[in-house]
Design a protein around this ligand. Sequence first.
Ligand SMILES: [Zn+2]
Length: 350
Amino acid sequence: MRVRGLGRPRRAWRWATAPVRSEAVILLYHRVFEAPLDPQLLCVTPANFSAHMEHLQRRYRVLSLEELRQAVGEGTLPKRAVVVTFDDGYADNLWNAQPILERYGVPATVFVAAGYVAQELEFWWDEVERLLLHPGRVPRTLRMDLDGGIYEWDLGDAAEYTTAEFERHRGWHVLMKGDPTPRHRVYRELCRLMRPLPDAERRRVLDGLRKWAGVDGRFRWDYRPLSGPELLELTRGRLVETGAHTLIHPVLSALSLEEQHREISESKATLEAVLGRPVVHFAYPYGSRADYTLETVALVREAGFEGACSNFAGTVSAGRRLDLYQMPRFLVRNWTGEEFARRLTRWFRE
Ligand SMILES: [Zn+2]
């Protein structure tokens, strides 16, 4: 039917049949690792990761972040497009994830906290886990001078933590409501208190924790961030691209603009010096809308990045306005291949 004066019968018809939208999902992984403990839910086992990548290769159109940006810019975004990204820059991205990415020909972007490269340090959240949630004995009371306040925790009988207890609570993670022992409560509270601290302050707190627990700062080999040579190796085949993720993974919104500028542009320069090629993508640490501001976004743009990823859920749609400096991502957990497939279908429908 043609209605005179309306003049848009094709458009009306297209709306009525609800065509499949050209749309993309950006996935956010952290680690591909069989972890004895994963209180932050950062790990996907190699078997599950392999099932995820196989599913993507069979059923979806996998793109690199660069290809996605170009397709959005040119209006050529394909249907069912998926981009794989990793945050933080764990060495297992090279040893465990890359062979699987290569097997299925899936490109990926690894966002690296550049200040941790070649530091032989664990990320602070891993170290807090190592000091509190593993079997052993620590003093009963933990007293900490933190961010201008004095905190004191009584661990009670949990000062002694047996292997049997460790095994019993291995499945615990921070999204669970309760804390099975005082150690878990202290771990949860310390993570919350330490997250927004300036780097020097956080180092001081970690130092105090190590002394209290009677252990040194030696890092666990399986928990280390990528080294310089590993970073080169990771990007050698050009299937994996390195993006920047600041220097020391701060909450950017808690920093002055000068400090933010330094974290953002020096992470770019540091990685470019290691890789000998431009680093064009950035991801905000923690990445929720509270963890950075619009001024941060402007700084990222001014530093010369061509796109940036956030950490809130959402699809990238050709029909919607997309801020290339705040691209949404879906966080992937340690799901089986079936569960991953179900979630992906649901994300595309949302
Ligand atoms: Zn991160």
